[in-house]
Design a protein around this ligand. Structure first.
Ligand SMILES: Cc1ncc(COP(=O)(O)O)c(C=O)c1O
Length: 480
C-alpha cells in the first residue's frame, strides 16, 4: 500500500504561498518540497478535496495545481492509487532525498553531478583486485559464508582501533557491506518503534532514512554552524533521553566538522549518565586532507559506543566493505540482527579490502593529495564568484557546507539543473526540516570540474535571486 501524506501536514509544509495566482503558488510550493526531499517520491498526496479543505482554497485551485504539477512531471495520477509525488524523468535530474551515486560525476553530456560526496577509485585499486584474485583459491573449498567477516580482515580492522588508542580484538569487529549497512544493523539490533534517536542537524540523509525506517523518532541538534556546541548537545540528550545518538564527529557529512576532545568528553559523559548508546559513524576518517593530530576516538570516551567504519571514502564505495566495532557484550545482538538482513559481506571484496589496508598509507596519501586540490579549487572559485557565501575550509571530509546570504537553496538546486549541475540543497540533510539557507558542495571531482561547477552554480544563484520570492522558497515549518 502506498504511504499517504495527510492534508494538514501538506498544508503546513506548504505554509504561505503566493496567491497570484493561487494554483501556481500551491503547485510551486509542492514542487519545491518534492525537489528538496521534504515530500518523498512515491508518497501519495492527499485527495483534491482534502487538500482544498486544509488549505482553505477553492477546489479549482487545487485541481489546477495538481494538473500543473502533472504537466511539470512532479505528479503521477494512477487509477486506484491517487496522485503520487515523482521527480521528472530526465537524464539530468537524478536528485533524490536518498543520495544516489552516478558515474564519475558527469552524468549525461556535460552535466556535473554534485549530489554525491564520494570519490572515484585511486590508482591502487586495480592492483588490489588483481592481488586479491591470487588469494581467493583457498576460500573456494568452503561455503564462503562468513557472517561476521573474514578473520584476517577482522584482525586488521581491530588493529587499526588498537593503534588509535582503543584496544580492540577481532571478535569485536563485524564486517558489513558499508557503514550505512552497519547503521541499519545497529538500528535493527537496538531500536524499537518509537524510540528517540538524537542526531546532528544537518546530517547524512541516508542515515536519517535508515533510522526512520527502523521506527525511530529522530531529534536533531543544530550543528549547522559546523560543529557541536557540546553544552546544547548534552542538554538535548538530557531532555530527550534518547535510546541512541547517531553522531559523525570526524569530518562530518555535510559540514566537515571535526569535533575536539573536550566536546567529545562532555557529550560522552552525558550519554553514559543517561545510558544512551552512541552510534558513531567514522566513514570520513580516512579523508583527513591536511593531517595533524586527531582527537581520540569517541569509543575512548564512552566504552559502550558502537563505531561504524568504511572503505568507501578512502578507497572506493563500489567495494561495499565497512565494519561495526562494538563492546563484546553487544556482539551477539548485532550478529543476530545482521543475520536477518544478509549472511555476510562478499569474500572477494573482503580480500580486496585486506590488500588495500595493507598498502594503506600509499593509497590514502594519493587520495588526500587529489582531494586537497579539488577542495581548494572549489573554495577559490566560491571566493571569486560567490563572495557573500559563508564557507569554511574543512580539514577533511568530502564537502563544503555553504551558508547562503538568504534562503533559496532548493530553488537554486532547481535552477542549477538548467545550468548542468545537480545539487542537493540543505533541506535534504535536515532531519526536522529547514536548512534552505544551506547548500552542500561535495569536492570529490577533479579541480577543473569543481571550478566549472561553481561558475555554473554562481550563474544559477544570480537567476534564483531574480525569481519572485513566494514562488521559489519552500516552507520550513516542521518541528517533530
Ligand atoms: C556519514 C556517512 N555515513 C555513511 C556513508 C555511506 O557509507 P558506505 O558506503 O560505507 O555505506 C556516507 C556516505 O556518504 C556518509 O557520509
Amino acid at each position: 500500500m502506498k504511504r499517504v501524506l495527510n492534508a494538514t501536514r501538506v498544508a503546513a509544509l506548504i505554509g504561505d504561498f503566493d496567491r497570484s495566482p493561487a494554483y501556481e503558488g500551491v503547485a510551486h510550493g509542492l514542487r519545491d518540497l518534492i525537489i528538496a526531499g521534504r515530500i518523498p517520491t512515491g508518497i501519495r498526496l492527499p485527495s483534491e478535496r482534502e487538500l482544498t479543505e486544509a488549505l482553505g482554497v477553492s477546489r479549482t485551485t487545487v485541481a489546477r495545481a495538481y494538473a500543473l504539477l502533472r504537466e511539470l512531471g512532479f505528479l503521477e495520477s494512477r487509477q486506484g492509487s491517487g496522485s503520487v509525488a515523482v521527480l521528472p524523468q530526465s537524464d539530468t535530474h537524478r536528485g533524490d532525498h536518498l543520495l544516489r551515486p552516478t558515474d564519475g560525476g558527469v552524468v549525461a553530456g556535460d552535466v556535473i553531478d554534485l549530489t554525491c560526496a564520494a570519490p572515484s577509485p585511486g590508482p591502487g585499486l586495480m592492483r588490489a583486485y588483481e592481488r586479491a584474485t591470487a588469494e581467493l583459491a583457498p576460500y573456494l573449498g568452503g561455503t564462503g559464508y562468513y557472517p561476521s567477516g573474514l578473520p584476517s580482515l577482522r584482525e586488521l580492522v581491530a588493529a587499526t582501533f588498537t593503534d588509535r588508542g582503543v584496544p580492540t580484538s577481532a571478535d569485536q569487529i563485524l564486517v558489513v557491506p558499508g557503514a550505512l549497512a552497519g547503521l541499519a544493523v545497529a538500528a535493527r539490533a537496538l531500536l524499537s518503534a518509537g524510540d528517540r534517536v538524537v542526531v546532528e542537524s544537518p546530517t547524512y540523509p541516508n542515515a536519517i532514512a535508515a533510522l526512520t525506517e527502523a521506527g525511530a523518532r529522530v531529534v536533531g541538534v543544530d550543528t549547522s554552524d559546523r560543529g557541536w556546541d557540546p553544552t546544547t548537545m548534552a542538554a538535548t540528550i538530557r531532555q530527550v533521553s534518547p535510546r541512541l545518538a547517531y553522531l559523525v564527529p570526524d569530518f562530518h557529512n555535510p559540514t566537515g566538522a571535526l569535533i575536539g576532545d573536550e566536546a567529545r568528553d562532555i557529550v560522552a559523559r552525558e550519554l553514559v549518565r543517561g545510558r544512551t548508546t552512541a552510534v558513531v559513524d567514522e566513514s570520513m576518517l580516512d579523508v583527513d586532507l591536511d593531517g595533524g593530530p586527531l582527537p581520540r576516538p569517541f569509543a575512548a570516551y564512552a566504552a559502550d559506543t558502537i563505531t561504524l567504519g568504511s572503505m568507501s571514502k578512502g578507497y572506493w564505495g563500489g567495494l561495499r566493505v565497512g565494519w561495526i566495532r562494538a563492546p563484546r557484550d553487544r556482539m551477539d545482538a548485532l550478529i543476530g540482527a545482521r543475520l536477518s538482513l544478509d549472511l555476510g559481506t562478499p569474500v572477494f571484496e573482503q580480500l580486496v579490502a585486506i590488500e588495500l589496508l595493507q598498502s594503506r598509507e600509499e593509497t590514502l596519501a594519493h587520495r588526500r593529495t587529489t582531494l586537497r586540490a579539488s577542495r581548494d579549487a572549489a573554495l577559490s572559485a566560491l571566493a571569486t564568484h560567490l563572495p557573500d557565501w559563508r564557507v569554511a575550509r574543512p580539514r577533511g571530509g568530502l564537502s563544503l557546507w555553504c551558508e547562503l546570504p538568504e534562503s533559496g537553496a532548493s530553488a537554486l538546486a532547481r535552477e542549477a539543473t538548467r545550468h548542468g549541475v545537480l545539487l542537493t540543497p540543505g533541506p535534504a540533510f535536515a532531519p526536522e526540516g529547514g536548512m534552505d539557507r544551506y547548500l552542500r558542495v561535495p569536492y570529490a571531482l577533479p579541480p577543473e570540474t569543481m571550478t566549472e561547477a561553481v561558475t555554473r552554480i554562481a550563474a544559477a544563484w544570480r537567476e534564483t535571486l531574480d525569481l519572485p520570492k513566494g514562488l521559489t522558497t519552500p516552507r520550513r515549518t516542521l518541528v517533530a
